[in-house]
Design a protein around this ligand. Sequence first.
Ligand SMILES: [Zn+2]
Length: 306
Amino acid sequence: MPRCARDTKPESSPINAAILPDIRPMRWLGAILLFAGLCGGMLGGLAAAEDAPNLVPSAVPLPRPRPPQVPAWIEPHSFREAAGSDFNSAAVTDKPTDCDLRLARIATIVPMPRLIGPGACGGGDMVRVDAVLLPDNKRIEIRPEPYLRCEMAESLAAWIRDEAAPRLEKAGASLRRVETYDDFECRGRNRVIGAKLSEHGKGNAIDLRAFTLDDNRAIGLTDIGVPKALRASIRESACARFTTVLGPGSDGYHEEHIHLDIAARRNGYRICQWDVREPQPPAVTVPLPIPRPKIAETPVKDGRKL
Ligand SMILES: [Zn+2]
């Protein structure tokens, strides 16, 4: 299969910088434009059908426009500036990395070219993960297909294959598809402007919503209608595999999805914040007391009850 080179043009190449807004449908545009010359039409399919804009009901207000004085990012002036200080043209190669080779044994992947900026976003050794293969070669699709650094993709694939799918199987549920919510996206943490760069901006993070089963049932990871023991078991395995796990009860931004990443921290510090919530008890209706029958008054005569 032909591949794009993992890195890009020599330093003298002019750059036609493109803006990467922080919304999902457009986030790949910058990378696609930057690499269009190098990779020809190979990336033409990147803007997949998943990114087709949804029709928005007219009753839904449009997002507030950005103040014009706050630029989304500053356009780089040279290829070197855009590519980042760690870019080394001598390392340009179309050979699969060791990680690619390991990952290809347990997943269907498409290696991607180096993703460039803005700022510290992007990086090398990125892949698109289309599916994970279980030991019996059953194909578990991942939709929308996430774009991740190979190391993160490998952790995700191994977790789905060796931990999530067996746990579901044990609970009588056969996994068919993993539903994602977010993957590579150049933005600050929790989409807060000016916040520290999210691990999503480096391809080191993924957000998951649900598992779809063979019978089309969806197992929402934060759904209190899903058996608590199963959610707790999935949580335990995620916290053992990833260095950051955020869910309900973490910071208010993860009440309906789970964030997983492999951020490296000093002294191996890990974050596992996912409250596996109790199912809501059924509403108790207190019956009204049965009306007492009227007690007939005892007749009294000459001050004595008869
Ligand atoms: Zn996330």
